[in-house]
Design a protein around this ligand. Structure first.
Ligand SMILES: [Zn+2]
Length: 194
């Protein structure tokens, strides 16, 4: 059983890179978050091999309404494929989540050190994405935060239908200029959003 722990704040890891404060509005509809908002954050990192550190390349926050409307546009076919893909790799994820909850490791570092699905360490990823959920101004530890490595994103891309890829491309365009090299990582859909 997956437990749920709501932290007492938002770790700075999930702050907006530009302002170094929590995200204040939805990156798609621009609506401001309030104290009772529930929203999703995705950050995409690139590994700087020379400096041996992760650098942010893209991030956004999305409100529940926008996430729902995005989810509604994902084809049934793609939803089934994505769910099957996650289920096929869920052993690693469930073991890790169970361990983190059992040992009450509610510090962000323990959750974002490696790919939640494949176990690949983030320092070995060229690129990776991290997703988190905020409720009432606090980070939720449940089945997220989750890390998706470049390897797993590739697997997701392979199972998405053309319609779904088009949908994601539309959303990406709403968010703004995204470098093509990280495009595939953005909106790496996880079952947590639908
Ligand atoms: Zn929105």
């Amino acid at each position: 059983m997956i437990r749920k722990k709501i932290s007492s704040s938002i770790p700075s890891f999930f702050y907006s890179y530009d302002t170094n404060t929590p995200f204040s509005q939805c990156s798609i509809c621009n609506k401001f978050f309030n104290d009772s908002s529930r929203y999703f954050i995705e950050k995409v990192f690139k590994q700087n091999i020379v400096l041996n550190k992760s650098e942010i390349v893209y991030e956004y926050a999305i409100c529940e309404l926008c996430a729902t409307s995005m989810s509604d546009e994902i084809s049934e076919e793609s939803k089934i494929s994505i769910t099957e893909l996650y289920e096929a790799h869920s052993e690693n994820l469930l073991r890790k989540i169970d361990y983190l909850h059992r040992t009450e490791k509610y510090s962000i570092d323990s959750w974002v050190d490696r790919c939640s699905m494949t176990g690949k360490e983030v320092r070995l990823c060229d690129e990776y994405a991290v997703n988190g959920i905020v409720e009432n101004g606090c980070l939720v530890y449940e089945h997220t935060p989750i890390v998706i490595s470049d390897d797993f994103v590739q697997k997701i891309q392979e199972v998405l239908s053309k319609e779904t890829k088009d949908t994601f491309n539309d959303f990406k365009n709403q968010i703004t200029n995204v470098s093509p090299s990280v495009e595939d990582l953005i909106f790496s859909p996880s079952p947590s959003i639908f």
